[in-house]
Write a new protein. Sequence first.
Lengths: 168, 168
Amino acid sequence: MKTNPNIDDFAACNNPVVRKFNEFLDARGMRKTTERYAILNRIMAINGHFTIEELQQMIEEDGFRVSRSTVYNTVELLMDAKMLRRHVFEGMQAQYERITVPHTHLICTTCGKVKEVRDTNFAAFMNARRFTAFNTDHYSLYVYGTCSTCARKSKRTPHAKDDAKSKK
Amino acid sequence: MKTNPNIDDFAACNNPVVRKFNEFLDARGMRKTTERYAILNRIMAINGHFTIEELQQMIEEDGFRVSRSTVYNTVELLMDAKMLRRHVFEGMQAQYERITVPHTHLICTTCGKVKEVRDTNFAAFMNARRFTAFNTDHYSLYVYGTCSTCARKSKRTPHAKDDAKSKK
DNA sequence: TTTGATGCAAAGTTTTTGCATGGTT
DNA sequence: AACCATGCAAAAACTTTGCATCAAA
């Protein structure tokens, strides 16, 4: 699918994610624009994490053009709507992901890949956990280490380094 | 104390933190400079988190002058030495803290204050936790919410906002 | 028609880099 | 004396902003 989003289609859309965004826009009296739907549409198709750069590229690959500022703008909006979260992992540039069920992030410090794992034990632990003089809204657990692919590689070539640091 | 660090004093210093840094520098064949000690010295006196800006300011308040690039340079060095960690909490600029015992970070999304709490249950949980196809090196748990001070304030003046976002 | 959103370019932040100078070894 | 680190300024990377134009309501 590479057709540009049609506003009326989206406005009437039954997809819960689109609906949530529509309600958010309505509540704020904000406009429903093709750009916003194009961006939301692309984000919904992504599993896992992406950078602003990558997102814009994907949107343009879909045959739709949006300016960088509009991408930032909309991403900010989606964060306000609590539909998107921004993560900055050690030494990397900001990445975004849709807010779904809580999960742990495994970040490979060698190749930079990020994997999400659900951990019901941990979720249960956090649900029960109360901090004194602090009211929890949400949390993020980042686990840094080496993924099996990189571990295997380094066994063969001990000095192989893909470099996780995308910034630079 | 506001005397400029003396290199020989530091080189012979018995403080385990200084010793670790010395060993790191030796191992890399790097020089022991007054700037590096001035920075390390200031960092050791800090409890909790600080930004590059704040660190440089504190050092200058100590009566010592270092350029921003040297601060970045040394901070990078301390991270390589696994003595310092960089955190980027949601919507805030990078903050650093000495690596000590693992702890949870409570971040107030209203005022931006960061509090560390030790949580032996969580530590035990993480020590036992193994992830498939992933070798853990270290982890960070960020908990976002509202501190009691801000909760109290907002009860009085529901729209009070200090703004956690230090990046303008 | 009204008013808010877009896109561009320009400015702002934070961080990194290149090179001459200076200090540690 | 050799050579690595510093400091400066300039560049780079990322993000925000101002304003004219465009489009949703």
